[in-house]
Design a protein around this ligand. Structure first.
Ligand SMILES: NC(=O)C1=CN([C@@H]2O[C@H](COP(=O)(O)OP(=O)(O)OC[C@H]3O[C@@H](n4cnc5c(N)ncnc54)[C@H](O)[C@@H]3O)[C@@H](O)[C@H]2O)C=CC1
Ligand SMILES: O=C(O)CCC(=O)C(=O)O
Length: 528
């Protein structure tokens, strides 16, 4: 039974697919403090959160059985992604379901700020009829600067256009063409800051975006600018914002997200020109249902080994691409397992050559599976998986080189893995034969044709008469039946290899017998 903990309020209707699954137990405990979470997280394979639960390194380390962390929403800055990746835990979010709500909240903030609606309402509740005090500004013909032209930024642009605003934007990861298509003039950050009458930020909180709006940036702004932050606290430095408000650079600000949440001691809450909401951007019935449905489905798919698309720490592949890659995945892992079983010494380099139709695919995913096979087999690292395979290789100073080549050697697709250790270098090539499944087709330069499955004995010997016969006798005497056999050599009388598919597990003492046969240099055993 798989156990999933839901530690933040997430729509139960949206979680129905998990709640109804027979093989999954879902526990909803939304009032845990971090100590309590730490003490129980070890029981769970899955953890579902929104933004309140801080999934720290400590929590991740205590989650000995965690396989997946699902975030019902976009921002994953409350999850230590590095620690999750190192522990092989997939982090999956639900980025699409709350876009419209966050965008509409931004528009609500823009409008209330331009007309001082909350302040005027407050006065009126105090029986003060202040018509002169609250003179606003129109959005019409004003320049709206949008920082971050992703899902929410572009939806905001669409709606701001309806108010006849002039749209300018900054996003180093988008193109001029894409911006123009959405009616936005792409500019440098400095230009946006200098030209905007209204400014709204829609980036994630990263090392690059933290405090991207600080004293220096405020000093570039037009006097009287109005600012919205419905993205993440910390993109705008709060201290600098307060200063800019007090100096009159910023006329008004609307803030949904804070550097520290809840921000109960923040001076922003008391500032007369600031409108605040308690991180409500995604708090609509629709958004909460959407993100719960999305995250439940993705987590279920991840646990069931079915294609999913929104992993943060793995290549996120559309399901059609993942389905196309699927048959190559076991081949990739088996190439890694095989080559690392027949080599001696400490691994220094893994070179992977992809050729043929496979080079059009997301080969990073296959590389992770090759590395997984290598690290599990050669180093006994059982916790390695698709999520952390490349991190684990890097941590062990293994150089990983991926090459796309057009030399297919007659195959429609070919994957060659060359392993270099401090002692030797060996290679294995495999292909996927249409309708026949995976095959190993070359080992250290010798042509072979091996179905990579079951119990395999591999021998390296000199190409001389009688050796294969002796192997047969020895294995027969040990009650081991040879089901398939492949021999190859680089030249007559040269170095030869034998790959014997046998019907049962082979113990070490049998390999010791085989290596005693004259002209045999090495024997190995691998289970695929
Ligand atoms: N207040 C709330 O309740 C909600 C807040 N959010 C937050 O809104 C933000 C935007 O979300 P989405 O639009 O869904 O994300 P997204 O990933 O679709 O868009 C983010 C955009 O920021 C851009 N970007 C990244 N680094 C940048 C930089 N240094 N300078 C300028 N642009 C940069 C990216 O290229 C991307 O286009 C996130 O921080 C998210 O967590 C999202 C939903 C609800
Ligand atoms: O869970 C929430 O309500 C916050 C949503 C949010 O900030 C996000 O999705 O990034």
């Amino acid at each position: 039974m798989i156990k999933i903990l839901v530690s933040d309020p997430i729509s139960e209707v949206g979680l129905k697919s998990l709640l109804d699954a027979e093989d999954i137990q879902v526990d909803i405990k939304t009032d845990l403090n971090s100590q309590e979470l730490k003490s129980i997280i070890g029981e769970y394979q899955g953890l579902l959160v929104r933004s309140q639960t801080k999934v720290t390194k400590e929590i991740i380390e205590a989650g000995k059985h965690l396989l997946v962390i699902g975030r019902a929403g976009v921002g994953v800055d409350n999850i230590d992604i590095k620690a999750a990746t190192e522990h092989g835990i997939a982090v999956i979010n639900a980025p699409d379901g709350n876009t419209i709500s966050a965008c509409e909240h931004t528009l609500a903030m823009l409008l209330s700020m331009s007309r001082w609606i909350p302040q005027a309402h407050n006065d009126l509740t105090q029986k003060q009829w202040n018509r002169k005090k609250y003179v606003g500004v129109e959005l019409n013909n004003k320049v709206l600067g949008i920082i971050g032209l992703g899902r929410i930024g572009l939806e905001v642009a669409k709606r701001a256009k309806a108010f006849n605003m002039i749209l300018i934007g900054y996003d180093p990861f988008t193109t001029e063409e894409q911006a123009q298509k959405n009616g936005i003039q792409l500019k440098s950050l400095e230009e946006v800051l200098r030209q905007a009458d209204f400014l709204t930020v829609h980036t994630p909180l990263t090392k690059e975006t933290k405090y991207m709006i600080d004293d220096k940036q405020f000093s570039l702004m037009k006097k009287g600018i109005r600012i919205v932050n419905c993205a993440r606290g910390g993109i705008i430095r709060e201290e600098a914002l307060i200063k800019a408000l007090n100096e009159g650079i910023v006329e008004a600000a609307t803030i949904d997200v804070f550097e520290k949440e809840p921000p109960l001691d923040s001076p922003l809450l008391d500032h007369p020109k600031v409108i605040t909401t308690p991180h409500l951007g995604a708090s609509t019935k629709e958004a909460q249902l959407n993100v719960a449905i999305d995250v439940a489905k993705e987590v279920y798919h991840y646990l069931a080994g079915v294609p999913y698309k929104n992993a943060i720490n793995m290549p996120s592949l559309p399901s059609d691409i993942l389905n196309h890659l699927k048959p190559y995945i076991p081949l990739a892992e088996k190439l890694g397992t095989f080559i690392s079983s027949v080599i001696m010494g400490g691994i220094q380099k893994v070179e992977i050559i992809y050729s043929g139709d496979i080079i059009e695919e997301e080969i990073d995913y296959l590389t992770r599976n090759i590395l997984k096979g290598i690290l599990r087999q050669h180093m006994g690292i059982t916790e390695v998986n698709d999520v952390n395979a490349d991190v684990m290789a890097k941590r062990r100073n293994i150089e990983v080189v991926e090459i796309r080549s057009n030399k297919t050697h007659g195959f429609t697709n070919l994957i060659t893995v060359k392993l270099t250790t401090n002692i030797e270098e060996k290679s294995i090539s495999g292909t996927l034969l249409n309708g026949y499944g995976p095959r190993f087709v070359n080992f250290n330069g010798s042509t072979i044709d091996v179905i990579p499955e079951g119990h395999l004995i591999i021998t390296e010997h000199i190409d001389k008469p009688g050796i294969i016969g002796k192997f047969g006798t020895l294995l027969g005497n040990a009650g081991i039946n040879i089901g398939t056999m492949q021999v190859g050599r680089n030249k007559v009388g040269g170095t030869a290899i034998g790959i014997f598919g046998v019907d049962k597990e082979v113990e070490d003492h049998i390999l010791d017998e085989l290596i005693k046969v004259e002209n045999v240099s090495n024997t190995y055993y691998v289970e695929l």
